[in-house]
Design a protein. Sequence first.
Length: 287
Amino acid sequence: MKTNEIYDTIVLGLGPAGISAAIYLKRFNHSVLAIGLDGGSLKGLHHIDNYYGSFHLSGDDILNNGYAQAKALGIELKFEEVVDIEVDSIVHVKTNLGNYEAKTLFLALGLGRKKPNIGRLKDYEGKGVSYCATCDGFLYRNRPIALLGEGKLMEEEYDVLSHISDKVYVLTNGKKVDFKVKVNENEIDHLEGEEYLERIVFKNGESLHVDALFIANGLLDTFKSAKKIGLAVNESDELIVDENGKTNVPFIFAGGDMISGVKQIAKAVDDGMKAAYAIHKLLSSKS
Ligand SMILES: Cc1cc2nc3c(=O)[nH]c(=O)nc-3n(C[C@H](O)[C@H](O)[C@H](O)COP(=O)(O)OP(=O)(O)OC[C@H]3O[C@@H](n4cnc5c(N)ncnc54)[C@H](O)[C@@H]3O)c2cc1C
């Protein structure tokens, strides 16, 4: 991997964690390159009402404001796919379009949620189908809700939803799942509803009336190279960091949905800011 400029920091991820870190670092007068594929989790969300100052703003509004804010500071943004990372005395990042080098790296690649293969799922995303109980559960207070999933993610989502409604049906879509409440293991065929989700139709012909379907089907392995370069992960596949976002690999920090804690914008922004302070301190001690 060869390149000309060695940046003080490369930020991977253009979501709230990455852009927040980039803004703080640039304002500390460091050279920053921020790389990401797209808007991540916020892309296409209709409304974000629980983040401070976000009133009637969509996910795209927040993203575009963040990009504009970063560009106005002179931060270089590149919409490219990261395909490899190598670390020696500096950090090397390879994307589908180029090679970049930096003294430090902030990883904020978010997490991808696995989508099940259910007929008409896409038609009801944002219209009853959600991938985040903390974000959207509130909209379905005391209404019938289905939760599809397994493992730790499903258990966490259930804890949120069971405080919102006493009609939470746990579905496993054909899998055998042991859980503290009775689960429905029937395989799901498709979703139905006029404009918004109204019912889930199973392959055996039965159906379940619900106003919402929350999906906690597991997470995609956001970035396999993270493990390749020796970054430590916990049992939930989240990167392990200290209180300032520092990983076990020198020069590499991480934040946002890639590390443990609440998966929300406020926390991602905080992670980005804290890591920027720590990176600034590290860079200052080197110069
Ligand atoms: C359906 C849904 C609704 C939500 N609603 C809310 C809400 O109402 N309020 C709230 O506070 N939070 C909400 N969230 C959670 C919030 O979106 C996340 O917590 C937050 O976006 C995490 O920020 P992040 O910067 O860690 O990751 P993300 O915002 O996901 O950003 C990840 C970045 O990494 C990039 N990336 C990933 N892989 C690669 C790669 N290989 N190469 C290059 N770039 C890559 C992506 O393109 C993106 O730029 C919601 C999430 C979902 C899924």
